[in-house]
Write a protein that binds this ligand. Structure first.
Ligand SMILES: [Zn+2]
Length: 232
């Protein structure tokens, strides 16, 4: 059952990533109606939200765009930096959306920042702690109500931090896309057709975070099943 679920998630993730790459490459050849570049778009959007102290920089790679809160930079990749395609402007507006979230002190954004340093260690170690608990239950105690059960529970709580992180991340990513898309509309950078194209692209990008959440939730279910037993 679990393996079928993982295969479904894996196939869905391939489809979603393929769709994102296809849309990004298709719209990277179409200039926006206003001719504005991604860099100008970021500055206009930040200005309209009164966000100061954020600069645009170039970063290598493809679809590696990000907002760095600590350094106050919006890093745009090779296909995005200083370009006027629908893809470049939409992605730049999305990253500017993150800068707006940060400057407005959005709750979910703060939660994500708080959880981020703990996520890797919690997700990796959590799995091992659950396994350790299962070994104690099976091998040492030969019982599912003892210390092993509680050790597994600690592992499950640890892993849950990662699931919460992915859920909050999905929320933040959708919100940044909504903000970016709204700016594209209100600041009149694109035609109506292009606005629809940008929406498709931004939502396809957000779907990759939905897959990350689904995958971590499936693993959590698996860990719960492994723990088994009931507290007496
Ligand atoms: Zn984002």
């Amino acid at each position: 059952m679990f393996y079928i679920l993982m295969i479904v998630i894996f196939v869905a993730s391939m489809i979603i990533q393929g769709r994102l790459r296809r849309l990004a490459s298709k719209y990277s050849n179409i200039p926006v109606a206003s001719g504005i570049t991604s860099n100008q778009a970021v500055l206009q959007m930040l200005d309209s939200y009164d966000v100061t102290g954020v600069v645009v920089k170039h970063t290598g790679g493809d679809l590696t765009d990000n907002y760095n809160s600590r350094e106050g930079t919006i890093n745009l990749s090779d296909t995005t930096y200083n370009r006027n395609s629908i893809t470049a402007v939409a992605i730049a507006a999305h990253e500017a959306g993150h800068a707006v979230q940060d400057s407005q002190g959005m709750g979910a954004y703060r939660v994500r920042q708080f959880l981020a340093p703990a996520v890797n260690i919690c997700s990796r170690l959590g799995v091992y702690v659950v396994l350790l608990g299962v070994v104690i239950s099976y091998v040492v105690e030969k019982d599912f109500g003892g210390i092993g059960y509680h050790v597994s529970t600690v592992g499950i709580v640890m892993y849950s931090v990662a699931v919460i992180f992915y859920a909050v991340t999905l929320w933040i990513e959708r919100d940044a896309s909504r903000r970016g898309w709204k700016a594209m509309q209100e600041l009149q950078w694109v035609s109506d057709d292009q606005l629809r194209a940008a929406k498709k692209l931004l939502w396809a990008a957000g779907d990759t975070y939905a897959i990350a959440l689904a995958s971590s939730a499936a693993t959590l279910l698996r860990l719960l099943a492994m723990r088994g037993g009931r507290r007496r």
